[in-house]
Design a protein around this ligand. Structure first.
Ligand SMILES: Cc1ncc(COP(=O)(O)O)c(C=O)c1O
Length: 391
């Protein structure tokens, strides 16, 4: 029997999809499950965006196109970066990708060498560590602490920098905690990146989904003076425009990385489908009313969910600053978060993620996505409350 390459076992997975599979298996047996495990907006893709995609399909935009992305979309992304972050960049520095996720992989493959160390948040998006390991690097978790509201502290980062540190991954607003790093902390991180000459991957996929006040974009690391020269900006359409299945994202890159990223696209997927890019172009144009409407609804759900969770004995939940996840402290319930999540799925029919899906520092917490209707959220908490009462 031929054997697998050693690196194949370095790939981890995203446990949200595993929990979804468990929940679906129960549903197949006739159980009614409330889904709060997957991080995707429940809103349909806005009609004007869908229509733009359909029009492009009808017009025959179904062939290979430039690997870096259609020039019109690269320009629109550069304009979006200027509008949201106040930074002017050359559209030549934008590379369009099939979702934001490939940017994580491309970054690891482009800048992480064997045994290079990569600082990343714990709890954090599990794909970061997976991609780093796959590239031969060593993930170095930076604990996000409850007492710091789960914001990455520059001093925790500084302590873990060694001569082998090559890359730092930031994610604000954060999946899974919803924490937003204040600009002052981002500036301190920028100073560290400069002093130690680090690459930075700034995953800003939730940047526009921030509750302030005021509602609107959280502070951007990429926008800080000098940082665009060492930062790979990850952003995309999945969350902000409710387009998860379209697979559309982008990177904004320092000049020296553009050609490598384009080659990574050519080598892996050739290009991003042009009719998908046409839909993305429409999503970025116009008044952005669809983004604001979604944000307002998320803000209302966040309030309702956090209040309801805090009313459950043994659960404490701070209001998240951004993204659409509640990060609930369940330490008082006296079970590991993995056991509790399984128990809630089977006993209460509620699918949530244990904090440990995001790293060992997530023990004692559950992640509940509020990208679900208010009725669904209310039903979920009602079930959790009833189940916890029997613990
Ligand atoms: C922190 C973070 N980064 C990146 C992504 C990737 O999103 P996509 O590939 O759908 O653009 C996600 C999706 O869950 C995420 O939570």
């Amino acid at each position: 029997m031929p054997v697998l390459a050693a690196r194949a076992s370095d790939l981890d997975t995203e446990s949200a999809f595993e929990m979804l599979a468990k929940a679906r298996a129960l549903e197949a047996q006739g159980r009614d499950i409330v889904h709060l495990e997957i991080g995707e907006p429940d809103f349909p893709t806005p009609p004007h965006v869908r229509e733009a995609g359909q029009r492009a399909l009808e017009a025959g935009e179904t062939r290979y196109v430039q690997a870096a992305g259609l020039p019109a979309l690269r320009e629109a992304v550069a304009e979006e970066i200027r509008r949201v972050r106040g930074v002017r960049i050359d559209p030549e520095h934008v590379v369009v990708t099939t979702g934001g996720k490939p940017v994580i992989f491309y970054t690891a493959l482009a800048v992480v060498g064997p045994r290079d160390e990569v600082l990343l948040p714990d709890p954090g998006f599990p794909i970061y560590a997976s991609a780093v390991r796959f590239a031969g690097g060593v993930p170095v978790p930076v604990p996000l602490r409850p007492e710091a509201g789960f914001r990455m502290r520059p001093e925790d980062l500084a302590e873990r920098i060694t001569p082998r540190t090559r890359l730092l991954i930031l994610n604000s607003p954060s999946n899974p905690t919803g924490a937003v790093m204040p600009e002052e902390d981002l500036r301190r991180v920028a100073a560290l990146a400069e002093r130690h000459d680090l690459w930075v991957l700034s995953d800003e996929i939730y940047l526009r989904l921030s509750y302030g006040p005021p509602l609107g974009p959280a502070p951007s690391f990429y926008a800080l003076p000098g940082m665009a020269a060492r930062t790979i900006l990850l952003d995309g359409f999945s969350k902000t425009h409710s387009m998860t299945g379209w697979r559309l994202g982008y990177a904004a890159l320092p000049a020296t990385l553009v050609e490598t990223f384009v080659r990574l696209v050519v080598n892996s997927v050739s290009c991003t489908p042009p009719f998908v890019q046409a839909a993305g172009l429409t999503a970025l144009g116009g008044d952005q009313g669809h983004v604001h409407a979604m944000l307002l609804e998320f803000a209302a759900r966040r309030q309702a969910l956090v209040a309801a969770l805090n009313a459950v004995p043994g659960i404490a939940c701070a209001a998240p600053d951004g993204a659409f996840y509640a990060w609930a402290d369940v330490r008082a319930l006296g079970r590991t978060s993995g056991d509790l999540a399984d128990w809630l799925l089977h006993r209460a029919g509620v699918a949530v993620l244990p904090g440990t899906c995001f790293g060992s520092a997530g023990e004692g917490y559950l992640r509940l996505s509020y990208a679900a209707s208010r009725e669904t959220l209310a039903e979920a908490v009602r079930r959790i409350d009833a189940a916890v009462a029997g613990l």
